[in-house]
Design a protein around this ligand. Structure first.
Ligand code: LLP
Length: 410
Protein backbone atom coordinates (compact mmCIF):
# COMPACT_ATOMS: atom_id res chain seq x y z
CA UNK A 1 0.00 0.00 0.00
CA UNK A 2 1.37 3.41 -0.95
CA UNK A 3 0.23 6.99 -0.79
CA UNK A 4 -0.28 8.35 -4.30
CA UNK A 5 -1.85 11.70 -5.19
CA UNK A 6 -3.40 11.95 -1.72
CA UNK A 7 -4.91 8.43 -1.72
CA UNK A 8 -3.72 5.12 -0.37
CA UNK A 9 -3.58 2.63 -3.23
CA UNK A 10 -2.57 -0.97 -3.89
CA UNK A 11 -1.43 -1.47 -7.48
CA UNK A 12 -3.21 1.79 -8.29
CA UNK A 13 -6.53 0.65 -6.78
CA UNK A 14 -7.75 3.07 -4.06
CA UNK A 15 -7.99 1.20 -0.77
CA UNK A 16 -11.05 3.18 0.35
CA UNK A 17 -12.79 1.97 -2.81
CA UNK A 18 -11.92 -1.64 -1.91
CA UNK A 19 -13.43 -1.09 1.55
CA UNK A 20 -16.55 0.44 0.00
CA UNK A 21 -16.92 -2.41 -2.49
CA UNK A 22 -16.41 -5.36 -0.14
CA UNK A 23 -17.27 -3.88 3.26
CA UNK A 24 -15.31 -4.05 6.50
CA UNK A 25 -13.71 -5.68 8.35
CA UNK A 26 -11.70 -6.96 5.42
CA UNK A 27 -8.32 -8.56 4.79
CA UNK A 28 -6.65 -7.25 1.62
CA UNK A 29 -3.51 -8.77 0.11
CA UNK A 30 -1.20 -7.42 -2.58
CA UNK A 31 -0.18 -10.19 -5.00
CA UNK A 32 2.66 -8.08 -6.43
CA UNK A 33 4.27 -7.73 -3.01
CA UNK A 34 4.05 -11.46 -2.34
CA UNK A 35 5.67 -12.26 -5.67
CA UNK A 36 8.41 -9.67 -5.23
CA UNK A 37 9.28 -11.04 -1.76
CA UNK A 38 9.41 -14.54 -3.25
CA UNK A 39 11.70 -13.37 -6.04
CA UNK A 40 13.98 -11.60 -3.55
CA UNK A 41 14.44 -14.84 -1.65
CA UNK A 42 15.17 -16.79 -4.78
CA UNK A 43 17.62 -14.15 -5.90
CA UNK A 44 19.64 -13.93 -2.69
CA UNK A 45 20.10 -17.71 -2.60
CA UNK A 46 20.49 -18.12 -6.36
CA UNK A 47 24.04 -19.45 -6.04
CA UNK A 48 22.65 -22.62 -4.52
CA UNK A 49 19.95 -25.05 -5.60
CA UNK A 50 17.37 -23.28 -3.43
CA UNK A 51 13.80 -24.49 -2.82
CA UNK A 52 11.31 -22.20 -1.07
CA UNK A 53 8.57 -24.10 0.75
CA UNK A 54 5.91 -21.58 1.72
CA UNK A 55 4.77 -22.02 5.35
CA UNK A 56 1.05 -22.44 4.78
CA UNK A 57 0.24 -21.66 8.40
CA UNK A 58 0.96 -17.97 7.81
CA UNK A 59 -1.91 -17.51 5.35
CA UNK A 60 -3.66 -20.51 3.91
CA UNK A 61 -6.16 -19.12 1.42
CA UNK A 62 -6.21 -21.32 -1.71
CA UNK A 63 -5.69 -18.38 -4.05
CA UNK A 64 -2.56 -17.32 -2.15
CA UNK A 65 -1.28 -20.90 -2.32
CA UNK A 66 -1.99 -21.01 -6.04
CA UNK A 67 -0.22 -17.69 -6.58
CA UNK A 68 2.94 -18.88 -4.81
CA UNK A 69 2.84 -22.24 -6.55
CA UNK A 70 2.53 -20.54 -9.92
CA UNK A 71 5.72 -18.62 -9.19
CA UNK A 72 7.66 -21.73 -8.23
CA UNK A 73 7.17 -22.22 -4.49
CA UNK A 74 6.78 -25.53 -2.72
CA UNK A 75 4.79 -25.81 0.50
CA UNK A 76 5.42 -26.51 4.17
CA UNK A 77 2.46 -28.14 5.91
CA UNK A 78 2.19 -28.73 9.65
CA UNK A 79 -1.14 -30.52 9.65
CA UNK A 80 -2.69 -33.04 7.31
CA UNK A 81 -5.37 -30.43 6.57
CA UNK A 82 -2.76 -27.94 5.39
CA UNK A 83 -1.30 -30.69 3.20
CA UNK A 84 -4.71 -31.29 1.63
CA UNK A 85 -5.12 -27.55 1.03
CA UNK A 86 -1.76 -27.51 -0.75
CA UNK A 87 -2.73 -30.50 -2.92
CA UNK A 88 -6.03 -28.81 -3.74
CA UNK A 89 -4.13 -25.65 -4.73
CA UNK A 90 -2.10 -27.69 -7.23
CA UNK A 91 1.15 -28.49 -5.42
CA UNK A 92 2.38 -31.96 -6.31
CA UNK A 93 3.09 -34.30 -3.36
CA UNK A 94 6.84 -34.09 -3.87
CA UNK A 95 6.69 -30.30 -3.47
CA UNK A 96 5.13 -30.56 0.00
CA UNK A 97 7.12 -30.90 3.21
CA UNK A 98 5.05 -32.40 6.03
CA UNK A 99 6.44 -31.16 9.30
CA UNK A 100 3.97 -31.72 12.14
CA UNK A 101 4.63 -31.53 15.86
CA UNK A 102 2.77 -33.82 18.27
CA UNK A 103 0.30 -34.78 15.54
CA UNK A 104 -1.16 -38.27 15.70
CA UNK A 105 1.04 -40.83 13.93
CA UNK A 106 -1.91 -41.59 11.62
CA UNK A 107 -1.27 -38.18 9.98
CA UNK A 108 2.24 -39.30 9.11
CA UNK A 109 0.88 -42.55 7.68
CA UNK A 110 -1.58 -40.55 5.58
CA UNK A 111 1.19 -38.20 4.43
CA UNK A 112 3.27 -41.20 3.35
CA UNK A 113 0.31 -42.52 1.36
CA UNK A 114 0.00 -39.10 -0.28
CA UNK A 115 3.71 -39.14 -1.16
CA UNK A 116 4.81 -36.06 0.82
CA UNK A 117 8.28 -35.44 2.25
CA UNK A 118 8.07 -36.42 5.91
CA UNK A 119 9.89 -34.53 8.64
CA UNK A 120 10.14 -36.40 11.95
CA UNK A 121 10.60 -34.43 15.15
CA UNK A 122 10.84 -36.97 17.99
CA UNK A 123 12.65 -40.24 18.71
CA UNK A 124 9.49 -42.20 19.39
CA UNK A 125 8.05 -41.45 15.94
CA UNK A 126 11.42 -42.06 14.29
CA UNK A 127 11.31 -45.55 15.77
CA UNK A 128 7.71 -46.11 14.68
CA UNK A 129 8.53 -44.78 11.22
CA UNK A 130 11.55 -47.07 10.95
CA UNK A 131 9.63 -50.13 12.13
CA UNK A 132 6.86 -49.47 9.64
CA UNK A 133 8.67 -48.28 6.51
CA UNK A 134 12.32 -49.30 7.01
CA UNK A 135 14.21 -48.15 3.90
CA UNK A 136 11.10 -48.16 1.70
CA UNK A 137 10.19 -44.50 2.38
CA UNK A 138 12.73 -41.80 3.23
CA UNK A 139 12.30 -39.16 5.90
CA UNK A 140 13.88 -35.96 7.08
CA UNK A 141 14.85 -35.33 10.71
CA UNK A 142 14.07 -32.14 12.59
CA UNK A 143 16.89 -31.26 14.96
CA UNK A 144 16.70 -29.02 17.97
CA UNK A 145 19.96 -27.04 17.89
CA UNK A 146 19.71 -25.53 21.39
CA UNK A 147 19.81 -22.00 20.02
CA UNK A 148 17.59 -19.34 21.55
CA UNK A 149 16.57 -17.01 18.74
CA UNK A 150 13.55 -15.10 17.54
CA UNK A 151 11.57 -12.04 18.46
CA UNK A 152 9.58 -13.52 21.31
CA UNK A 153 9.88 -16.58 23.58
CA UNK A 154 6.48 -17.79 22.38
CA UNK A 155 7.77 -18.05 18.83
CA UNK A 156 11.23 -19.46 19.63
CA UNK A 157 11.43 -23.10 18.68
CA UNK A 158 15.09 -24.10 18.75
CA UNK A 159 16.08 -23.65 22.40
CA UNK A 160 16.72 -26.45 24.88
CA UNK A 161 13.32 -26.15 26.55
CA UNK A 162 11.35 -26.09 23.31
CA UNK A 163 9.09 -29.02 22.39
CA UNK A 164 10.34 -28.99 18.80
CA UNK A 165 12.85 -31.28 17.13
CA UNK A 166 15.22 -33.92 18.41
CA UNK A 167 18.06 -32.50 20.48
CA UNK A 168 21.42 -32.47 18.69
CA UNK A 169 22.74 -34.02 21.90
CA UNK A 170 20.61 -37.07 21.13
CA UNK A 171 22.45 -37.76 17.89
CA UNK A 172 23.68 -41.19 19.14
CA UNK A 173 20.07 -42.27 19.78
CA UNK A 174 19.02 -40.98 16.35
CA UNK A 175 21.79 -42.96 14.70
CA UNK A 176 20.94 -46.12 16.67
CA UNK A 177 17.37 -46.02 15.38
CA UNK A 178 18.40 -45.11 11.83
CA UNK A 179 20.85 -48.02 11.73
CA UNK A 180 18.52 -50.45 13.46
CA UNK A 181 15.80 -49.99 10.82
CA UNK A 182 17.99 -48.98 7.92
CA UNK A 183 16.07 -45.67 7.57
CA UNK A 184 16.92 -43.53 4.56
CA UNK A 185 17.40 -40.02 5.92
CA UNK A 186 16.95 -37.71 2.94
CA UNK A 187 17.02 -34.39 4.76
CA UNK A 188 17.96 -32.54 7.93
CA UNK A 189 15.83 -29.68 9.24
CA UNK A 190 16.09 -26.93 11.84
CA UNK A 191 13.66 -24.10 12.46
CA UNK A 192 14.78 -21.93 15.35
CA UNK A 193 11.91 -19.45 15.46
CA UNK A 194 10.29 -16.40 13.95
CA UNK A 195 11.53 -12.79 13.63
CA UNK A 196 15.28 -13.57 13.62
CA UNK A 197 17.43 -10.63 12.59
CA UNK A 198 20.95 -12.04 12.93
CA UNK A 199 22.75 -13.76 10.05
CA UNK A 200 24.87 -15.50 12.72
CA UNK A 201 21.91 -17.59 13.91
CA UNK A 202 21.64 -19.18 10.46
CA UNK A 203 25.41 -19.63 10.24
CA UNK A 204 25.37 -21.38 13.62
CA UNK A 205 22.66 -23.69 12.32
CA UNK A 206 24.84 -24.38 9.31
CA UNK A 207 27.71 -25.40 11.57
CA UNK A 208 25.45 -27.84 13.40
CA UNK A 209 24.12 -29.32 10.18
CA UNK A 210 27.57 -29.68 8.73
CA UNK A 211 28.95 -31.31 11.84
CA UNK A 212 26.30 -34.05 11.82
CA UNK A 213 25.70 -34.47 8.08
CA UNK A 214 28.51 -36.96 7.51
CA UNK A 215 26.53 -39.43 9.65
CA UNK A 216 23.75 -39.31 7.04
CA UNK A 217 25.02 -40.47 3.62
CA UNK A 218 21.62 -40.33 1.83
CA UNK A 219 20.87 -36.62 2.18
CA UNK A 220 19.34 -34.73 -0.71
CA UNK A 221 18.44 -31.50 1.12
CA UNK A 222 19.14 -29.36 4.16
CA UNK A 223 16.24 -27.28 5.43
CA UNK A 224 17.03 -24.11 7.40
CA UNK A 225 13.40 -23.45 8.31
CA UNK A 226 12.62 -19.78 8.40
CA UNK A 227 12.34 -16.84 10.74
CA UNK A 228 13.32 -14.01 8.38
CA UNK A 229 12.26 -10.75 9.99
CA UNK A 230 10.49 -7.99 8.10
CA UNK A 231 9.82 -4.44 9.30
CA UNK A 232 6.65 -3.86 11.29
CA UNK A 233 7.44 -0.21 11.79
CA UNK A 234 9.79 2.37 10.35
CA UNK A 235 13.37 1.78 11.43
CA UNK A 236 12.66 -1.79 12.60
CA UNK A 237 15.60 -4.19 12.51
CA UNK A 238 15.18 -6.74 9.72
CA UNK A 239 17.11 -9.77 8.51
CA UNK A 240 19.72 -8.56 6.06
CA UNK A 241 18.78 -10.97 3.28
CA UNK A 242 21.67 -10.03 1.01
CA UNK A 243 24.22 -10.60 3.76
CA UNK A 244 22.53 -13.85 4.74
CA UNK A 245 22.25 -15.02 1.13
CA UNK A 246 25.88 -14.35 0.43
CA UNK A 247 27.33 -15.91 3.58
CA UNK A 248 25.00 -18.88 3.85
CA UNK A 249 25.24 -19.97 0.21
CA UNK A 250 29.00 -19.69 0.40
CA UNK A 251 29.28 -21.95 3.43
CA UNK A 252 26.58 -24.25 2.05
CA UNK A 253 28.41 -24.73 -1.24
CA UNK A 254 31.66 -25.37 0.61
CA UNK A 255 29.85 -27.95 2.73
CA UNK A 256 28.43 -29.65 -0.40
CA UNK A 257 31.98 -29.97 -1.78
CA UNK A 258 33.08 -31.68 1.43
CA UNK A 259 29.95 -33.84 1.56
CA UNK A 260 30.78 -34.91 -2.00
CA UNK A 261 27.45 -34.05 -3.60
CA UNK A 262 25.28 -31.04 -4.42
CA UNK A 263 22.35 -30.85 -2.07
CA UNK A 264 19.23 -28.70 -2.21
CA UNK A 265 19.01 -25.74 0.15
CA UNK A 266 15.50 -25.45 1.60
CA UNK A 267 13.67 -22.66 3.45
CA UNK A 268 10.10 -22.43 4.73
CA UNK A 269 9.21 -18.76 5.02
CA UNK A 270 5.81 -17.49 6.07
CA UNK A 271 6.15 -13.93 7.34
CA UNK A 272 8.76 -12.87 4.81
CA UNK A 273 6.45 -13.75 1.93
CA UNK A 274 3.07 -12.51 3.11
CA UNK A 275 3.30 -10.27 6.18
CA UNK A 276 3.83 -6.92 4.49
CA UNK A 277 1.49 -7.83 1.63
CA UNK A 278 -1.56 -7.79 3.88
CA UNK A 279 -3.66 -5.15 5.59
CA UNK A 280 -6.74 -5.46 7.76
CA UNK A 281 -9.30 -2.76 7.05
CA UNK A 282 -11.64 -1.73 9.83
CA UNK A 283 -14.29 0.92 10.24
CA UNK A 284 -14.18 3.35 13.14
CA UNK A 285 -17.34 2.64 15.10
CA UNK A 286 -16.82 5.15 17.89
CA UNK A 287 -14.40 7.84 19.02
CA UNK A 288 -14.53 7.79 22.81
CA UNK A 289 -12.97 10.53 24.89
CA UNK A 290 -12.11 9.74 28.48
CA UNK A 291 -10.39 12.14 30.88
CA UNK A 292 -7.03 10.59 29.96
CA UNK A 293 -7.27 8.79 26.60
CA UNK A 294 -9.03 9.14 23.27
CA UNK A 295 -10.07 5.65 22.22
CA UNK A 296 -10.81 4.78 18.62
CA UNK A 297 -13.13 1.77 18.58
CA UNK A 298 -13.23 -0.34 15.41
CA UNK A 299 -15.35 -3.16 14.00
CA UNK A 300 -12.62 -5.77 14.38
CA UNK A 301 -10.41 -6.99 17.19
CA UNK A 302 -8.31 -9.79 18.58
CA UNK A 303 -10.73 -12.27 17.03
CA UNK A 304 -9.42 -11.21 13.61
CA UNK A 305 -5.88 -10.12 14.46
CA UNK A 306 -4.56 -11.80 17.57
CA UNK A 307 -0.92 -10.74 17.27
CA UNK A 308 -1.03 -7.46 19.26
CA UNK A 309 -2.65 -9.10 22.29
CA UNK A 310 -0.89 -12.47 21.95
CA UNK A 311 2.69 -11.30 21.31
CA UNK A 312 2.55 -7.58 22.12
CA UNK A 313 3.22 -7.21 18.42
CA UNK A 314 3.33 -3.72 16.90
CA UNK A 315 1.14 -3.26 13.82
CA UNK A 316 1.24 0.15 12.23
CA UNK A 317 -2.19 1.77 11.83
CA UNK A 318 -3.15 4.41 9.26
CA UNK A 319 -6.33 6.42 8.83
CA UNK A 320 -6.78 5.98 5.08
CA UNK A 321 -9.96 8.10 5.05
CA UNK A 322 -8.08 11.21 6.12
CA UNK A 323 -4.53 10.98 4.75
CA UNK A 324 -3.83 14.70 5.13
CA UNK A 325 -5.51 15.32 8.50
CA UNK A 326 -3.77 16.69 11.55
CA UNK A 327 -1.95 14.08 13.65
CA UNK A 328 -3.53 13.32 17.02
CA UNK A 329 -2.89 10.79 19.75
CA UNK A 330 -5.22 7.77 19.98
CA UNK A 331 -5.47 4.29 21.39
CA UNK A 332 -7.07 1.99 18.84
CA UNK A 333 -9.17 -0.76 20.38
CA UNK A 334 -11.21 -3.66 19.04
CA UNK A 335 -14.82 -4.58 19.74
CA UNK A 336 -14.09 -7.76 21.72
CA UNK A 337 -15.35 -7.82 25.29
CA UNK A 338 -12.05 -8.04 27.08
CA UNK A 339 -8.95 -5.88 26.81
CA UNK A 340 -8.46 -5.69 23.07
CA UNK A 341 -5.82 -3.13 22.15
CA UNK A 342 -4.70 -3.00 18.54
CA UNK A 343 -2.41 -0.02 19.04
CA UNK A 344 -1.79 2.08 22.16
CA UNK A 345 -0.76 5.75 22.08
CA UNK A 346 -0.60 6.04 18.32
CA UNK A 347 -0.38 9.13 16.17
CA UNK A 348 -3.08 9.00 13.51
CA UNK A 349 -4.36 11.71 11.25
CA UNK A 350 -7.56 12.98 12.83
CA UNK A 351 -10.06 10.16 13.22
CA UNK A 352 -13.79 10.55 12.74
CA UNK A 353 -16.50 7.96 13.26
CA UNK A 354 -16.98 6.08 9.97
CA UNK A 355 -13.36 6.46 8.87
CA UNK A 356 -11.50 3.41 7.56
CA UNK A 357 -8.29 2.37 9.30
CA UNK A 358 -5.70 0.10 7.73
CA UNK A 359 -3.77 -2.16 10.10
CA UNK A 360 -0.53 -3.06 8.39
CA UNK A 361 1.56 -6.25 8.23
CA UNK A 362 -1.56 -8.31 8.66
CA UNK A 363 -0.83 -10.82 5.89
CA UNK A 364 0.98 -13.36 8.06
CA UNK A 365 -0.78 -14.98 11.03
CA UNK A 366 -3.72 -12.61 10.67
CA UNK A 367 -6.62 -14.43 9.08
CA UNK A 368 -5.00 -17.80 9.75
CA UNK A 369 -5.22 -17.19 13.53
CA UNK A 370 -8.68 -15.60 13.40
CA UNK A 371 -11.52 -17.03 15.45
CA UNK A 372 -15.21 -16.64 16.14
CA UNK A 373 -14.69 -15.34 19.69
CA UNK A 374 -17.65 -13.32 20.92
CA UNK A 375 -19.58 -15.13 18.16
CA UNK A 376 -18.22 -12.64 15.68
CA UNK A 377 -17.94 -13.61 12.03
CA UNK A 378 -14.60 -13.94 10.30
CA UNK A 379 -14.06 -11.33 7.58
CA UNK A 380 -13.79 -11.61 3.81
CA UNK A 381 -10.42 -11.73 2.06
CA UNK A 382 -9.51 -9.85 -1.12
CA UNK A 383 -6.46 -10.26 -3.34
CA UNK A 384 -5.32 -7.39 -5.52
CA UNK A 385 -4.05 -9.10 -8.65
CA UNK A 386 -3.18 -7.47 -11.95
CA UNK A 387 -4.52 -4.11 -10.73
CA UNK A 388 -7.87 -5.55 -9.78
CA UNK A 389 -9.37 -6.33 -6.34
CA UNK A 390 -10.74 -9.87 -6.33
CA UNK A 391 -12.73 -11.58 -3.59
CA UNK A 392 -10.94 -14.77 -2.49
CA UNK A 393 -13.09 -15.62 0.53
CA UNK A 394 -16.51 -14.40 1.42
CA UNK A 395 -17.23 -13.09 4.89
CA UNK A 396 -18.82 -15.60 7.20
CA UNK A 397 -22.56 -15.47 7.70
CA UNK A 398 -24.54 -16.10 10.86
CA UNK A 399 -25.42 -19.59 9.50
CA UNK A 400 -21.70 -20.49 9.66
CA UNK A 401 -21.85 -20.12 13.44
CA UNK A 402 -24.68 -22.65 13.58
CA UNK A 403 -23.06 -25.07 11.13
CA UNK A 404 -22.17 -28.29 12.89
CA UNK A 405 -23.94 -27.45 16.12
CA UNK A 406 -26.41 -30.02 17.39
CA UNK A 407 -29.34 -28.51 19.21
CA UNK A 408 -30.64 -30.76 21.95
CA UNK A 409 -34.36 -30.79 22.63
CA UNK A 410 -34.52 -29.47 26.19
N1 LLP B 1 8.77 -23.57 9.46
C1 LLP B 1 8.30 -24.05 10.63
C2 LLP B 1 8.58 -25.43 11.01
C3 LLP B 1 7.56 -23.21 11.47
O1 LLP B 1 7.10 -23.68 12.63
C4 LLP B 1 7.31 -21.87 11.08
C5 LLP B 1 6.53 -20.98 11.93
C6 LLP B 1 7.78 -21.43 9.84
C7 LLP B 1 8.52 -22.31 9.07
C8 LLP B 1 7.53 -20.03 9.32
O2 LLP B 1 8.11 -19.05 10.09
P1 LLP B 1 8.05 -17.52 9.63
O3 LLP B 1 8.74 -17.38 8.32
O4 LLP B 1 6.61 -17.17 9.47
O5 LLP B 1 8.71 -16.75 10.71
N2 LLP B 1 2.01 -16.89 15.03
C9 LLP B 1 3.32 -16.33 15.25
C10 LLP B 1 4.37 -17.01 14.44
C11 LLP B 1 4.42 -18.49 14.71
C12 LLP B 1 5.40 -19.18 13.83
C13 LLP B 1 5.20 -20.63 13.90
N3 LLP B 1 6.06 -21.36 13.04
C14 LLP B 1 3.30 -14.83 14.94
O6 LLP B 1 2.25 -14.32 14.54
O7 LLP B 1 4.31 -14.15 15.13
Amino acid sequence: MELKDGHYVIQGVPVTAIAAQFGTPLYVYDAEKIVSQFNTLRMVFSNADVKIKYAIKALSNLSILKLLHKHGAGADAVSIQEAHLALKAGFSPDEIMFSPNCADFSEIEEAVKLGLTINIDNLSYLKKFGAQYRSAYPCSIRLNPHILAGGNYKISTGHSESKFGISVHQLPQILDIVNQYNIRVSGLHIHTGSDITETEVFLKMAEIFFSVATDFPDLSFIDFGSGFKVAYKEGDAVTNMFDLGLKLTESFNEFCRQYGRKLELWFEPGKFLVSEAGILLAKVTVVKNTPSITFVGVNTGLNHLLRPMMYDAYHHIINISNPTGEDKQYTVVGYICETDTLGADRKLSEVREGDILAIKNAGAYGFSMASNYNSRLRPAEVLVLNNEAKLIRQAERFEDLLDGQIELVL
